[in-house]
Design a protein around this ligand. Structure first.
Ligand code: ADP
Ligand code: MG
Length: 327
């Protein structure tokens, strides 16, 4: 099977200009033509997934298709944008039909769930590598959820269940054992993350700053603090009581390990965001409408630096290392 047949069979499925679609022209020409709603701004982001770096060679292709798009949707979520379309650049060792079928099924199931259409791409032979560029729409008058928008006095929140994906990775690495049920849950969190797309949009006009957690909660929060010129305090009792005790994966782990996974695990695709204390009800409503829990885990301070505060007021001095590809 050649390159064009593979594309036509597994990736070409939109009719180019279905009414209501954001695509004026889809796969098949030299460019796709995108038609965002008048007055909106395009949010654009790319993410590359490399075998051995971002996924294990043994991963199920449908799950890989899901994850490849999920990490991109997560970037749109982090600014509050609504997904429109994406492009897919693929390097494949060979034209493997079973792989392409599984990958495209997982990819399109998530794409359809978010009404995000495949606009085009590129296919080449080479070591397995997946690069997606995603396009989303931001209302013209909305203040995007930027890394630079946190303000002293803001509450600090995280969505969902950070730390669980890392537990699965450690099982694959052979450093951790989980019972079958906990592993199945953790593995889903690692291989089929849920991008918080609805939450991001619901937080527009409510939250100030946001970032999605890919490298680890504290490390990614650090980008927000640096960009905003502020610091933060995290209440460890809240982390233990609300993020660890409630997790079917983390609750059973040694407490120090569970804390490390939550604060520096990585691959979570949760949103860390800040909002004024006057917005607590609005944040709760946004979370409710998006069907995801959010945990108020701390506060943004004018004083720079990150403080991890124990119940008795003492600071935890332990260091946490986020993921860094070149470290
Ligand atoms: P070009 O020679 O201009 O790079 P190609 O022959 O690579 O064009 O691609 C032909 C069409 O197929 C284009 O519309 C391109 O967007 C689309 N395409 C190629 N690879 C993919 C892919 N992996 N997923 C979706 N569309 C693709
Ligand atoms: Mg090409």
């Amino acid at each position: 099977m050649g390159e064009f047949e593979l594309i036509n069979r597994y990736f070409r499925r939109e009719r180019a200009s279905e009414p209501g679609r954001p695509l004026e022209l889809g796969i098949g020409d030299d460019c796709a033509l995108l038609r965002p709603a008048p007055g909106t701004r395009l949010a654009v982001s790319s993410d590359m997934l490399v075998e051995g770096r971002h996924f294990l060679s043994t991963v199920d292709p449908a799950r890989l298709g899901h994850k490849s798009l999920a990490v991109n949707l997560s970037d749109l979520a982090a600014v509050g944008a609504r997904p429109l379309a994406f492009t897919l650049a693929l390097a494949l060792p060979r034209a493997d039909e079973a792989w392409a079928r599984g990958f495209s099924e997982g990819l399109f199931a998530l794409a359809d769930a978010h009404a995000c259409v495949l606009a085009g791409g590129d296919t080449t032979q080479g070591p397995l590598n997946i690069c997606i560029t995603i396009f989303g729409e931001l209302p013209g008058d909305a203040r995007a959820l930027l890394r630079s928008s946190a303000r002293p006095g803001d509450d600090l929140y995280v969505s969902g269940a950070p730390g669980e994906a890392r537990a699965a990775l450690e099982v694959f690495r052979g450093t951790l054992a989980l019972d079958a049920q906990a592993f199945a849950h953790a593995r889903d969190r690692m291989e089929r993350p849920t991008p918080r797309v609805q939450l991001g949009q619901a937080l527009l006009g409510v939250a100030h700053a946001a970032i999605d957690v890919s490298d680890g909660l504290l490390g990614d929060l650090g980008h927000v603090l640096a960009a905003s010129g502020v610091g933060a305090s995290i209440t460890l009792d809240t982390v233990r009581e609300q993020l660890i005790a409630s997790s079917p994966v983390l609750a059973g782990l040694p407490p120090d390990l569970a804390l490390e996974f939550v604060l520096a695990g990585g691959d979570d695709y949760e949103l860390v965001f800040t909002a004024a204390a006057t917005q607590r009800d609005a944040v709760a409503r946004a979370a409710m409408s998006a069907g995801v829990t959010v945990t108020r885990m701390g506060r943004i301070d004018a004083q720079q630096g990150l403080r991890l505060i124990e119940g008795d007021g003492r600071l935890l001095t332990r260091r946490f290392q986020s993921f860094d590809h070149f470290a």
